[in-house]
Design a protein around this ligand. Structure first.
Ligand SMILES: Nc1nc(=O)c2c([nH]1)NC[C@@H]1CN(c3ccc(C(=O)N[C@@H](CCC(=O)O)C(=O)O)cc3)C=[N+]21
Length: 299
């Protein structure tokens, strides 16, 4: 029987640790605060942001919710960002994506103060990721890739020398996770597959670990999986379930693959909760850096 890599369980343990660290920060007069900027009223986005605030409450992080109508201009979004950039009670924040059509999200992300970039997606922090071959913990890291690597490491899945096949070249996972997997200390060998890849089935089939982040429901089939491989399912598609008469989340990896692999992340309950736990971790670490910087000045 394949092992389930339980993201919900590991995320809960991480939150227990963060709760203690937040209490310690408070004792020294630093209160971590997460800001969220939500533009428009997409049901999914609203739900995700609400989940992030609930997570904050669980570990004692203050949360600051900013909402703008879907008609908000880039200037109006930037104005709210400036407010959070200079608000000392906000130690980190995110701008929930996707933004309304017509607003260039790269141009928006660029305006986050990099030291408050809870998603780890500001160009400065992405640059830090490129520069630090040894990993490094001086800047926030993208939450989903970090969540995946933390989950595998929690289950003692050693990536050193392993062949990892990443499916999908999106900004949140595909394009960044390779840098983290190939960092010294992790030492995986990474192949990034996308719609232009010629032999994607062959590349999946030879991989020790498959990380599927393309958003194509059930793309990875049992015959694509090497016996004993480790499967990480990032994709989220909402597919109508005839039997149940409602929509449900379907990942990129066909459930039949569980008969072939040695370990898999459930979806939901795998990468999603880990992503959220890493967002909180980034916020706490940013507050800790702030505290350490203040201590250094005091010496
Ligand atoms: N600036 C920004 N940062 C993000 O991190 C970001 C974003 N924008 N836009 C949207 C995506 C999506 N995302 C999810 C995180 C956790 C779950 C999660 O915890 N899902 C649960 C299931 C929740 C459900 O029932 O739908 C699970 O996988 O078990 C889902 C989705 C973060 N995103």
């Amino acid at each position: 029987m394949a092992q389930k890599l339980d993201g919900k369980l590991v995320a809960a343990a991480i939150k227990d640790d963060l709760r203690l660290r937040v209490a310690r920060l408070r004792q020294t007069g630093v209160e971590p605060g997460l800001g969220t900027i939500l533009v428009g009223d997409d049901v999914g986005s609203r739900k995700y942001v609400a989940g992030k605030h609930a997570d904050c409450a669980e570990v004692g992080i203050r949360s600051i919710a900013v909402e703008l109508p879907g008609s908000a201009s880039r200037a109006e979004i930037l104005e709210q960002m400036e407010r959070l950039n200079s608000d000392s009670s906000c130690t980190g924040y995110i701008v929930q994506l996707p933004l309304p059509k017509g607003v260039d999200s790269n141009a928006v992300i660029e305006r986050i103060n990099p030291s408050k970039d809870a998603d780890g997606m500001h160009p400065y922090n992405l640059g830090e990721l490129v520069l630090h071959i040894d990993g490094g913990d001086s800047s926030p890291q993208p939450c989903t890739p970090r969540g995946i690597i933390t989950l595998l490491s929690h289950y003692n899945i050693d990536l050193s020398g392993k062949e990892v096949c990443v499916l999908g070249r999106g900004i949140t996972v595909g394009r960044t996770i390779g840098l983290m997997l190939a960092a010294r200390g992790v030492d995986a060998t990474v192949t990034l597959c996308h719609t232009g890849t010629r032999d994607v089935h062959e590349l999946m089939r030879r991989a020790d670990v498959v990380i599927a982040a393309m958003g194509s429901a059930g793309f990875v089939k049992p015959e694509d999986v090497k016996p004993g491989a480790v499967l990480v399912d990032v994709g989220v598609s909402r597919v109508y379930d005839e039997e149940a008469g409602r929509y449900r989340v379907k990942g990129d990896i066909d459930l039949g693959c569980r008969e072939v692999c040695s370990a898999y992340t459930p979806n939901p309950g795998g990468v999603g909760p880990m992503t959220r736990a890493m967002l909180l971790t980034n916020v706490v670490e940013m507050a800790e850096r702030r505290m350490n910087a203040a201590n250094d000045l005091a010496v």
